[in-house]
Design a protein around this ligand. Sequence first.
Ligand code: 6PG
Length: 480
Amino acid sequence: MAAQATAQIGVTGLAVMGRNLARNLARNGFTVAVHNRSPERTRSLVAEHGDEGTFVPTESLTDFVAALERPRAVIVMVKAGAPTDAVIDELVPLLDEGDIVVDCGNAHFADTRRREEALRGHGLHFVGTGVSGGEEGALRGPSIMPGGSADSYRKLGPIFEKIAAQVDGTPCCRHIGPDGAGHFVKMVHNGIEYADMQLIAEAYDLLRAGLSASPAELAEIFREWNGGELESFLIEITTDVLAHTDAATGRPFVDVVLDQAEQKGTGRWTVQSALDLGIPITGIAEATFARSLSGHAGQRAAARRAFADAGDTWQVDDRETFVEDVRRALLASKIVAYAQGFDQIRAGSREYDWDIDLGGTATIWRGGCIIRARFLDRIREAYDAEPELPTLLVAPWFAERVSAGVPAWRRVVADAARAGVPAPAFASSLAWFDGLRAERLPAALIQGLRDNFGAHTYRRVDRDGSFHTRWAGDRTEVAG
Ligand code: 6PG
């Protein structure tokens, strides 16, 4: 027998993220239809958590769809890629005009644009939605980044805003923009997440080498930092991980974990998109490459054998100054990562006509998500005050921190280079900063070389137009 249409929203795909989202919806008073390809998961969800709210368990997609009030809102929470397409293909014939399909997975925004267009052709709304916060966030309040039509947000907004994290009474959810805007912003969020984690890891590595300190001692330094401008979820959990002892060996946990970082792909997508958009997100790119370098175990072993003594020994004389230097370098580099990420969001918004509000994006990253941090309030203020800010770097609060940190930043990067401790994200963030502020860049020479070997032409500082020098001939200059 088909279920009655009583549910305000449905979730299909009840692995941990889908299950926790469904529970969050039910706990917030929404009647939730739930479905999973293998019905055991649906049954166990209701058996274990049925008392948290009103679930409508269903065992076929037809019953699932029939259980939903119209316009129907269906959250698809399955693996990105082919599995998502397969579920959408099954759902579409069961839905009616005006119904909404929400993809809360980490889909590539280009796939979301394609799916949105296809479903629009059927009179359906497709809403690619970024959800950040991991398993705990999904259950207790994530940061939610929905794309798709404004029309679909009229139905989804009140539901998502209620289940999202709340900061100062403001929900960490807002309509980001049409079609793939939500998934694009989530992708950049993850890129910043990569940079943030790499910077924290470099800070840890530098402190460990410079101070010869134990992970537990370093945990205390991070705990102290978390009381100041660096306060963030990632610094908080760094304390947790560094202080943890492996039960099997009694050694620091961080020393028994293989030093090869994995990735599911969102960092790579961020860098690929940045290359297409022409936005130098150097910190995020270095973070992504650092993960892949860590995985090249064979090359690393060969290089270790060949260059065992390539760095100087490191003697930090003034420990307190060194720790403060690393803190300042971390803060400055972290500001760079956010500045680059917001540049990319602005560029994507222009390229795809999304009209994304940068201050609004910072607002919904203040809670629930992995990169939540105290200074997101400052980012929001900066873009609210000046939406056309050329770069976050020059907003007063950030400019002050970066300026104050520059000498420390340079000392840390130079010390790391001398000692042979890799700090690629620190170094490339500093180089980006110096590149932006340079009076003249050697790009002029590159233009000269391009013209010399390929007659690619150049522009001059003193006249409009493009020019070519007859390098192989009499070296006269002609209009290009
Ligand atoms: C989040 C996280 C989440 C996931 C990352 C991990 O915002 O909740 O970003 O989406 O943990 O995708 O990605 P990697 O496996 O690529 O590190």
